[in-house]
Design a protein around this ligand. Structure first.
Ligand code: SAM
Ligand code: SF4
Ligand code: SF4
Length: 338
């Protein structure tokens, strides 16, 4: 099948594919799957609805034909999907040269780090919102201790996955007092912490603008203690803005999806675990690729379907979030993947 780069209505191509391998998670983060909403009776997707590894690889190859150069496995928590390292090995074999990354809450990483690296994982991102145990436990909703995530980060580095990116979602009044401590801990470690503005993904996390700590405030707080300067993006469309410590001890990043939207360079397509394609994190509707797979469509037919979905893409939610009324029913982050 010939490669077919495709542009949307704003001239954006598809470069990244985020694949949610499960909608399940062993955490109940307050900003993502609050336990008051995702309680014991919550209906996750039945196993029969989840794409098989073979189906995921087949779709990934078709997306690669459209120009995808980077694949991120996410969820839910991707490490709760049984044998996820097998999927990584299958993707690595099918798509040599494509960067394979994964975002995890770190809870199961200690045991899996070496297998993930051996399977062909290129890089890993570990989410960690606080170094203070009580704050972290309150945020992850699962009483999971900080120390075990820090151990997992070390295990991933020892397995050869460094430099590791650390994602910290900052919520006003909850962990904004942790910013400088987080910067201090990872400064000089070779790992890179990125502070993410709390986003209004989905409809269940009770998002309010006043909960958002603007990235400018994060940079100001760190700069007061550790002087820093902006650094150039590593590549076109890099979501995090990079800040380098003036003393040469590394860098941190800020992801400002609320106060400084980056829709103009958004080249990300998303695939949910049940095979729906989404063209925006804030989408209210997806496109059913699983039916095409199950309906016996050829690779060419699926490729053409993706082409027409992407060509008509107009998404720019973060640029118009305050005026947007059409998307009252947004899909949840744990379903679509971060
Ligand atoms: N379970 C994995 C984890 O937590 O790393 C992967 C999935 S999670 C949905 C992906 C990323 O999205 C995590 O770094 C998480 O902190 C972030 N995230 C979730 N909800 C968010 C929100 N409302 N605003 C900003 N980031 C969010
Ligand atoms: Fe789970 Fe990740 Fe969502 Fe937290 S952010 S609830 S770890 S999917
Ligand atoms: Fe991309 Fe949608 Fe986020 Fe804009 S709001 S950067 S289009 S995912």
């Amino acid at each position: 099948m010939t490669a077919l780069p495709v542009s949307d209505t704003r001239g954006r191509s598809i470069r990244d594919l985020r694949i949610s391998v499960t909608d399940r998670c062993n955490f109940r983060c307050v900003y993502c799957m609050p336990k008051e909403v995702v309680g014991p009776g919550y209906q996750f997707l039945p196993h029969a609805e989840i794409l098989t590894f073979e189906q995921i690889v087949r779709l990934a190859k078709i997306f690669h034909g459209h120009g995808v150069q980077k694949i991120r496995l996410t969820g839910g928590e991707p490490l709760v999907r049984k044998d996820v390292e097998k999927l990584i090995a299958m993707l690595a074999a099918a798509l040599p040269g494509v960067a394979l990354t994964l975002t995890t809450n770190g809870s199961l990483l200690n045991a899996k780090a070496e297998a993930l690296k051996a399977a062909g994982l290129t890089r890993i991102t570990v989410s960690l919102d606080s170094l203070d145990d009580a704050t972290f436990k309150a945020m992850n909703g699962a009483e999971f201790p900080v120390a075990r995530v820090l151990e997992a980060i070390d295990a991933a580095a020892a397995a050869g996955l460094a430099p590791i990116k650390i994602n910290a979602v900052v919520k006003r009044g909850v962990n904004d007092n942790q910013i400088v401590d987080m910067a201090r801990y990872f400064k000089g470690s070779g790992n890179i912490v990125r502070f993410i503005e709390f986003m209004d993904v989905g409809t269940t996390n009770g998002w309010k603008m006043e909960h958002v700590v603007p990235s400018a405030e994060v940079v100001r707080a760190i700069n007061e203690v550790f002087p820093c300067e902006p650094a150039h993006a590593n590549y076109y469309g890099e979501v995090a803005k990079r800040w380098r410590y003036a003393d040469g001890s590394g860098e941190f990043g800020v992801i400002s999806s609320v106060t400084e939207a980056f829709c103009g360079s958004c080249t990300r397509a998303r695939l949910s675990s049940d095979g729906m394609m989404y063209t925006c994190l804030f989408a209210s509707k997806g496109y059913d690729l699983k039916s095409l797979l199950r309906g016996g469509k050829s690779d060419e037919e699926i490729r053409d379907a993706i082409t027409s979905i992407w060509r008509s893409r107009e998404d720019r939610y973060s640029e118009i979030r305050t005026t947007e009324t059409a998307r009252a029913s947004k899909v949840e982050m744990s379903f679509i993947g971060g």
